[in-house]
Design a protein around this ligand. Structure first.
Ligand code: 13P
Length: 278
């Protein structure tokens, strides 16, 4: 039984001066691939799904699989709701046994983001669950076509936000964006350093796909303890499925399924290796 709270995984990352990988999943094969990689690397991970992804991957099917995969894993696995949009989804995730939740109030005015996050904190506390929030605006948009302009997190506001909400981890905006970057991003490490100096709450980096190993290492040295990877896994799965169907004489699901899991396994393993910071 290895379903753990996300705070436990964050403490592990803090102690080991590394970052935990938070890997988005959308089907059974993605869960299998991610957990296999974590077990092979003997490393804790976070399995997560965003509310917007539930159009394709409904909560009532994904949640039991994710929680069960965590419980049966040989390594500690936290199960996290990424970018919750509604309080209903937060409540549902907690009921299903997610050990961590995030309600994304980053596009709201500062005070409203605080109030919303406090409400999530109160709900999560009923279950002993971890809370992540986001301050500043990360570019792109998890699971939508709507794009958001990047707005870096204000370090002073980060201090006030963490004090008032008592969140367990804070996602920061430092020039990062969801999805594939059109050009290599320039992350604002000066902003991250300022936040790290002022805030003791573990920091989270969204938009991990396309960030270089060197940038990951620098971010980890400046307090990033959780890194989200979604697009790279979804793309790897789609590419492997394409390769298989193009080369197989008669494609069949039972051969395709491990191809999909393998693609995610390789991607997760590659990222765990970088995040371990060894
Ligand atoms: P990517 O899709 O860019 O990897 O971002 C993942 C993420 O931040 C999910 O919240």
């Amino acid at each position: 039984m290895s379903l753990v709270k996300m705070t436990g995984v964050l403490s592990w990352a803090e102690k080991n001066n590394c970052a935990a990988g938070a890997f988005s999943v959308g089907n059974m094969e993605m869960i299998i691939g991610a957990v296999r990689a974590a077990e092979e690397m003997n490393t804790p991970i976070i399995l997560q799904i965003a509310e917007k992804r539930m159009k394709q991957s409904p909560m009532h099917l994904m949640a039991p699989m994710m929680v069960s995969a965590a419980k049966n894993a040989k390594v500690p696995v936290a199960v996290h709701l990424d970018h919750g949009l509604t309080m209903g989804c937060i409540e549902s995730a907690l009921e299903y046994g997610f050990t961590s939740v995030m309600l994304d109030g980053s596009l709201l005015p500062f005070e409203e983001n605080i109030e919303l996050t406090k409400a999530v904190r109160a709900e999560a506390d009923k279950y002993g669950a971890t809370v992540e929030a986001e301050l500043g605006v990360v570019g792109g948009n998890e699971g939508d076509t709507e794009k958001h302009e990047i707005m870096c997190t204000d370090p002073e506001k980060a201090v006030e936000f963490c004090e008032k909400t008592n969140v367990d981890c804070l996602a920061v905006a430092i020039g990062n964006a969801h999805g594939n970057y059109p050009v290599l991003p320039e992350l604002c490490f000066d902003v991250l350093e300022e936040i790290y100096k002022k805030v003791s709450t573990p920091l989270v980096l969204h938009g991990g796909t396309g960030i270089t190993d060197e940038m990951f290492r620098k971010a980890i040295s400046l307090g990033i303890r959780k890194i989200n990877i979604a697009t790279a896994s979804f793309d790897a799965l789609a590419m492997n499925a394409k390769k298989y169907t193009e080369t197989a004489d008669k494609p069949d699901y039972f051969t395709l399924s491990p191809y999909m899991a393998d693609a995610v396994y390789e991607n997760v393993k590659k990222h765990i290796n970088i995040f371990l910071n060894k």
